[in-house]
Design a protein around this ligand. Structure first.
Ligand code: MSP
Length: 725
């Protein structure tokens, strides 16, 4: 067993009901930065990511796609993994909840909790949010956390005695036994656990006191349903619990999913090597995620573990959301940006232009650095941050092309031109300015503190400021002028300045390595230092004393690191995103949709009354059968800011819920629409309007050019989802 300190880091396992977008990429990139940093520190690091593949949402998506759930999840899970590989992310393991190793472990955890009397059978009626896969408090129809109406579910379920863990959880979190980053997330979780004290005081409910002396409402935490029986796509509840009921139950998707963090390190296996792995890595050091799933990670998860007498994770770190056009990027809203768009555009139009013979892999890694740096530098960690292509290009040109890349190219070219490309030795005592640069470069405590608090924006900003310091130092001493002087003192100064700049670049490169693994590898090689990955492994990037760049070292071959990006690239990326067929997996798209959907009433309605003999060509019944028309019910309807004609609708098709944008805002108010049954063309390719995805089209008729479109409805009762033929 290795003697070094271990560090086990996880990302959430992502749902496979839609393709990855840069929100998912953000978390996985942050995890990659943290993992690389810990490897530099010499820790035995294990970085886990993967996909969450069970649950009703995924079952419904597969159903809508018309393929078996396993095939569906195989395809989407592969897409996530391929994206992480394209970006060179260094996960050590990729877990899928449909893998046997996971199923065995999840069943073991369930069985263990049951054997310990922590799980019991009971009946429950409640409001279930399919989108978030959780029960929600409130009356029928209450909106779930995803803003969609919940479904009323009555089921015989297995329940976990979560209520018994209210005080243990409060004590664990208050004492930082489970450290929650940030403080505000910690307070949110604690206030949920403590319950509504004001109400409790008024009503005279029982109030208890935690170890640290804080009050809480006794009983504010309810037991949790941990099985489902209304659908089948999940891990079966194991024996002996399974025999307690007639119905087949599957394990609640969150209990299934959370268990991945342990099943990936061997929990549930009898093999000695798996047991040793579990001993070594469990508990996790950091579970990383964005804020909406902290409750599951800070309440359910540690409670399951305490109940199973297993160690609880050391910390949960939550970041904010990536926003696009002011709202959370999410697959259900369709307002997403895909990482592939950035990889393709920077790869082709920036790197590919400079290096036309480069491979796709080289282009991808170059572009991945650009995306990594932008996301970490731009978004204050823990807060929501807007994503914009313009900001990304501006930041790239300022910090990378004109900043780090330019400093490296300038300094190294000067050494090639004036010192035959060999690192010089500095003999005479150095000037005060040189000493000041060295001191600034060697102050690592600020960097360490930023890592500690996950302030990646400030960390990269600090490094950027140091790049500027060296740049100013270089420019103010103008070594290119000193090189032309006959005076030996000037030549000595030139050597001092160039050595100082080159050695500073070595240190900056080591600091930037977790953020820009590809670009720093190139600079490292150009400095004549060889393979940066090897340097990372042998501790060279962590022990940064001045003078690591040895005099006499020949520089490597120079080439541009960050070619400038044209502002027009933002437009290219915007257009690529706007024409992206869908954020949904390929399998969910109608196969035959290659031509754009006709602009009937989604954009500007231009309805006309035309006779049957109008120019339309005749079609066969088979042609008509290609159009899928279904009865849908409007669940949500709202206006879209700054789009006078458009309404955003969420409709229920029985087998799934959809977002459709429709240009009827001039004729129908959102209030008139909610609850209405309408006819929707369901197999139109999704498309984007105002950054939002519209998946389907409403049917309406209108009298004459520009007349009011009257929605097609039914005179008799008809079930949602029924097909019109
Ligand atoms: N499957 C659950 C997690 C189970 S973990 C045991 C899930 N999956 S998800 O696909 O919805 O992914 C959620 C995670 O993806 C977030 O917690 C975050 O890490 C990342 N993000 C998804 N959209 C995001 C943004 N718009 N912004 C930032 N991160 C986001 O929840």
């Amino acid at each position: 067993m290795p003697s070094t300190e271990k560090f086990y880091l996880t990302t959430p396992i992502y749902y496979v009901n839609a393709r990855p977008h840069i929100g998912h990429a953000y978390t996985t990139i942050v995890a990659d930065v943290i993992a690389r940093r810990h490897r530099l520190l010499g820790h035995d690091t294990r970085f886990l990511t993967g996909t969450d593949e069970h649950g009703q949402k995924i079952e419904r998506s597969a159903l809508a796609a018309g393929i078996p759930p396993q095939q569906f999840t195989d395809e989407v899970s592969r897409e996530f993994r391929q994206l992480w590989d394209r970006m060179g992310l260094t996960y050590d393991d990729y877990i899928r909840t449909t893998e046997p190793r996971h199923k065995i472990g999840a069943q073991k955890l369930f069985a263990d909790l049951h054997a310990r009397g922590q799980i019991y059978l009971s009946t429950y009626t409640g409001q279930y949010s399919v989108g978030e896969e959780i029960f929600v408090e409130g009356p029928p129809g209450v909106l779930g956390p995803d803003g969609r109406p919940t479904e009323t579910v009555t089921e015989e379920n297995f329940f976990f005695k979560l209520s018994e863990y209210q005080l243990p959880l409060i004590d664990l979190i208050e004492s930082d036994g489970l450290h929650i980053q940030s403080e505000s997330r910690k307070n949110e979780v604690l206030s949920f656990l403590r319950g509504n004290l004001v109400e409790a005081r008024e009503s005279g409910s029982a109030i208890g006191t935690s170890k640290l002396g804080n009050q809480y409402v006794i009983g504010a935490l309810r037991d949790l349903s941990v099985s489902r029986s209304s659908f089948t796509w999940g891990i079966p509840v194991p024996e002996p619990a399974a025999s307690e009921t007639q119905q087949k139950h599957i394990i609640y998707v969150w209990l299934d999913a959370l268990a991945n963090y342990m099943t990936a390190v061997g929990y549930g296996s009898d093999k000695p090597e798996d047991k040793a792995c579990f001993e070594r890595y469990w508990p996790a050091d950091v579970h990383l995620m964005s804020k909406e799933i902290t409750r599951q990670h800070c309440i359910y998860w540690p409670a399951f573990l305490m109940a199973a007498k297993l160690p609880t994770p050391k910390s949960v770190t939550a970041h904010g959301w990536l926003l696009f056009e002011e709202s959370k990027m999410s697959k259900s809203k369709g307002n997403i940006v895909r990482a592939e768009t950035v990889l393709d555009a920077f790869g082709e139009h920036v790197y590919g232009k400079q290096f036309p013979d480069s491979t796709k892999h080289e282009r991808d890694l170059f572009s991945a650095d650009v995306l990594r740096y932008h996301l970490l530098r731009e978004i204050p960690f823990g807060q929501d941050g807007s994503f914009s292509f313009d900001a990304m290009i501006t930041r790239y040109n300022a910090d990378l092309a004109n900043g780090y890349g330019n400093l490296a190219s300038r300094t190294l070219s000067l050494i090639v031109q004036n010192l035959d490309g060999i690192v010089p030795s500095v003999s005479a005592p150095q000037s005060a300015e040189t000493d000041a640069v060295i001191n600034e470069l060697l102050s690592f405590s600020e960097i360490d503190a930023h890592y500690e608090s996950s302030r990646f924006d400030q960390l990269t900003q600090t490094i950027s400021a140091r790049i500027k310091t060296v740049d100013v130092y270089l420019s103010s001493h103008a070594p290119w002028k000193l090189a032309k002087s006959e005076d030996p003192a000037d030549l000595q100064k030139m050597v001092e300045v160039l050595y100082t700049a080159a050695e500073s670049i070595r240190i900056l490169t080591a600091l930037l390595f977790p953020f820009l693994p590809n670009a720093t590898a190139k600079v490292w090689a150009q400095l004549g230092l060889g393979d940066i990955e090897a340097a990372a492994r042998n501790g060279e990037l962590n022990n940064l004393a001045w003078g690591g760049l040895k005099p006499g070292t020949p520089l490597g071959t120079l080439s541009p690191i960050f070619p400038r990006a044209d502002k027009g690239l933002a437009q290219i990326m915007t257009e690529v995103e706007a024409s992206a067929p869908s954020t949904k997996p390929a399998t969910e798209q109608p196969a035959a949709e290659t031509t754009p959907a006709p602009a009937v009433i989604e954009t500007a309605p231009e309805p006309t009354v035309t006779g049957p003999a109008d120019a339309s060509p005749q079609i066969t019944i088979d042609d008509f059968a290609k159009v899928e028309l279904r009865v849908a019910q409007v669940l949500v309807c709202e206006r879209i800011p700054k789009a006078d004609k458009l309404l955003r609708l969420e409709v229920d098709l029985g087998y799934e819920k959809r977002q459709i944008l429709s240009g009827i805002a001039e004729w129908y108010t959102p209030e008139e629409m909610i609850g209405r049954k309408i006819v929707v063309i369901t197999n139109l390719a999704p498309r984007k309007m105002r950054g939002l995805e519209s998946h389907g089209m409403l049917l309406a008729a209108s009298e004459g050019e520009g007349g009011k479109p009257v929605l097609a409805t039914f005179g008799e009762e008809i079930a949602v989802g029924s097909r019109l033929k």
